[in-house]
Ligand binder design. Structure first.
Ligand SMILES: *Cc1c(COP(=O)(O)O)cnc(C)c1O
Length: 466
């Protein structure tokens, strides 16, 4: 060691200390508008991200989202060990493709497909709905062309209770949206609502099993019966696509005798989010067709890729294999009994929460135990209050970090404010009790203060969470 090396300039000294005890971003802003010229130690990069991400909400306290926030360690291991596989490379990863097909067959069976089916893995229900609705459009056009009729003005009928992706589809793929408005006291749709909107240019009707707003289902049996009648009386063959993003893993286990799926003849396709009540982390959805004929051949691309002929029907191309494998893990790990147990547990806790919130005296619960509903509690203030639902949501977040969203319903029920708490597997009995106590305490504080001052309203939760 030379004597010069003892004369470390002050800044270098700080740098050395930072390297030893922290990272250099303790004293510098995080890179944020251009790629930094030099990289950093891996430990520094990891800490930089880790420190910032504590500002995000804690997923297990996120009662806004329908998406899975917890999986078993064994499932996490499957996911971690397969992150380097590209799902779309069927030639290189043929066993993943086999496993995907098993999942599709299991779901088709769960949804009572009458015979041979087809379907695909998607990134989520949004992609599945785009592909399902595209199939409706292609099939409608083929029927019209075969009859020598005009194909210029397709329309799609659905209720205001749908997810935004339905309107997105209409705009992206040039289809007229025919949106049935909700009513101030009715938040789903039925045949009487649908009938006036259907005509010869209707490519299909979108019906929801488990809305994001209140967790109830459209009257799918009624809509099916209406469409069967229109077929007999007017020769209009209008198919149904069921958006079972959330409900597709709830109804078969909680309400197995309710018909909403391929037991109904007009139901031609169904989407479900594996990452919602399929209990897999984000990045997986499914699209199922009643029979292979419901998928127009024109939409399937046969390509020669890396030396093998492969059929694809997707909007995305590359994506990870992990979530497909995690879905299969859940299927074999839980089985039918396991999914039923989990759904019943969530339902029991949702009922407990509803009862406790009802007992506070300030709220009205939307729906009753007789309703078929997703495991959630939708509620609103009842009577005169000097604060509103948005205040309660903000107070709960500020005091305890609970993310329970407040939102307004779609037209024509858009003057109605609602709060909603998803009750997932991680919200056990004790947590339910605590949450109910925290809601009661929030109301008490707000009543004393007379609502939140606008400055205190950190409206962090603007969306309803999906
Ligand atoms: C969540 C949801 C969607 C969108 O699904 P993603 O899987 O998030 O793409 C569509 N429809 C309904 C009813 C939903 O709940």
């Amino acid at each position: 060691m030379t004597s010069d090396e003892h004369l470390i300039p002050v800044l270098d000294g700080l740098d050395a200390l930072a390297r030893e005890y922290g990272n250099r971003f303790l004293l510098e802003p995080a890179p944020d508008h251009q790629l930094p010229q030099h990289g950093m130690r891996s430990a520094d990069a990891m800490r930089l991200l880790g420190e910032e991400l504590v500002l995000d909400g804690i997923p297990m306290r996120n009662l806004a989202t329908f998406v899975t926030t917890w999986m078993e360690p064994e499932a996490q291991r499957i996911i971690a060990e397969n992150l380097h596989r590209n799902y779309i490379d069927h030639a290189e990863y043929p066993q993943t493709a086999v496993i995907e097909q098993r999942c599709i067959r299991m779901l088709a069976n769960l949804y009572h497909a009458p015979g041979e089916t087809t379907g695909t893995r998607t990134q989520g229900s949004s992609e599945a709905i785009m592909l399902g609705a595209l199939s409706l459009k292609w099939k409608w056009r083929a029927r019209r062309e075969a009859a020598g009729k005009d194909t210029a003005r397709p329309n799609l009928v659905f209720g205001g209770d749908v997810h935004v992706v339905w309107e997105k589809f209409c705009r992206y793929f040039d289809v007229e949206p025919r949106i049935i408005p909700l009513q101030p006291d009715k938040y789903t749709i039925g045949p009487e609502d649908v009938e006036p909107y259907v005509d010869e240019n209707t490519i299909g009707v979108g019906a929801v099993l488990g809305t994001t707003f209140t967790g109830h289902a459209d009257d799918i049996v009624g809509i099916n019966d209406l469409l069967v009648r229109l077929k007999e009386e007017r020769g209009l063959d209008v198919p149904i696509h069921v958006d079972a993003a959330s409900g597709g893993f709830v109804w078969p286990f909680l309400y197995p005798h309710t018909e909403w799926d391929f037991r109904l003849p007009q139901v031609r396709s169904i989407n479900v989010s594996g990452h919602k009540f399929g209990l897999v982390y984000p990045g997986i959805g499914w699209l199922l067709f009643r029979s292979p004929e419901d998928l127009p051949d024109d939409l399937v691309f046969y390509e020669n890729y890396l030396g093998k002929r492969d059929a694809t029907f997707t909007l995305n191309f590359s994506t990870g294999s992990s979530m497909v494998l995690a879905q299969y893990y859940n299927f074999v790990r839980f089985g039918h009994d396991g999914y039923r147990y989990i759904m019943q547990t969530m339902q029991a806790n949702a009922r407990q929460l509803a009862q406790r919130i009802g007992a506070i005296g300030d709220f009205r619960i939307i729906g009753s135990e007789k309703d078929e509903q997703l495991p959630l509690v939708a509620f609103q203030l009842d009577g005169d209050h000097n604060f509103d639902e948005f205040d309660v949501a903000s107070q709960l977040a500020a005091e305890r970090g609970w993310m329970v969203p407040a939102y307004t319903l779609p037209p024509n029920a858009d003057h109605i404010k609602i709060m909603r708490a998803l009750v997932k597997l991680t919200l056990g009995h004790t947590m339910v009790e605590t949450l109910a106590d925290d809601i009661a305490a929030a109301c008490k504080v707000l009543a004393e203060k007379g609502g939140l001052h606008p400055h205190d309203r950190q409206r962090v939760k603007t969306g309803t969470g999906y």
